[in-house]
Design a protein around this ligand. Structure first.
Ligand code: IMP
Ligand code: MG
Length: 182
């Protein structure tokens, strides 16, 4: 993509690379403390948006008791949620275990609430949730978020794993998508 197209589509930077890095450090500390007495935690990472966040977070935590698994969930088409989360992948056997769900952003809440429903069927002992971002919007489904880095305004954001139709995941910062430019 040429520079002009990029500039017209990627708007205001909301979180710089160094701000994200410091949020990751602080979340890593919170998660380590919260699971200090646990010996095994199943971490369910929701692909594709949370991949980069989870990679950096668990590299930082650096503790093998956290076992990462991946679920692919998609509900977005362009900048609109199509209202139904399609979950593919397997949670594994979570009966009696501690589970931590990791997503990129809590927006309408449909994704996390659908994933929670699926995970609960496996009868875990406890489920907690972690997101990089919470969007300041009316959540259609209210879910409890146990670990969160930052709140962003009610706009479509891209970068650091978050995409717009597959684009901009590779950015190391998080920016507002300029809808007028697309
Ligand atoms: P929810 O189901 O509406 O809470 O949306 C959660 C999912 O939609 C997230 O896992 C993201 O993958 C995607 N999503 C929601 N808002 C944005 C955004 O602003 N940018 C990129 N992806 C988003
Ligand atoms: Mg997602």
């Amino acid at each position: 993509m040429d520079r002009k197209t990029f500039k017209s589509q990627v708007g205001r930077i909301l979180l710089t690379e160094s701000v994200i890095a410091s949020h990751v450090v602080s979340l890593a500390e919170q998660i380590k403390a919260a699971y200090a007495d646990s010996n095994k935690v199943t971490v369910l990472v929701l692909l594709s948006g949370a991949k980069r966040f989870a990679d950096e977070l668990f590299e930082r935590i650096n503790d093998e008791k956290f076992r990462l698994r991946y679920l692919t969930v998609s509900s977005y088409d362009g900048t609109r949620s199509n209202g139904k989360a399609v979950i593919s992948g397997d949670t594994g056997d979570v009966a009696g275990q501690e589970v931590l769900i990791v997503d990129d952003i809590y927006d309408s809440g449909l994704t996390i609430s659908d994933v929670l429903k699926k995970v609960k069927q496996g009868r875990p002992h406890q489920i907690r949730t972690c997101v990089l971002l919470e969007k300041q919007t009316r959540h259609r489904k209210q879910v409890v978020i146990d670990f969160k880095a930052a709140v962003v305004p009610d706009c479509f954001v891209v970068g650091y794993g978050l995409d717009y139709n597959g684009k901009y995941r590779e950015l190391s910062f998080i920016a507002e998508l300029n809808i007028a430019g697309i």
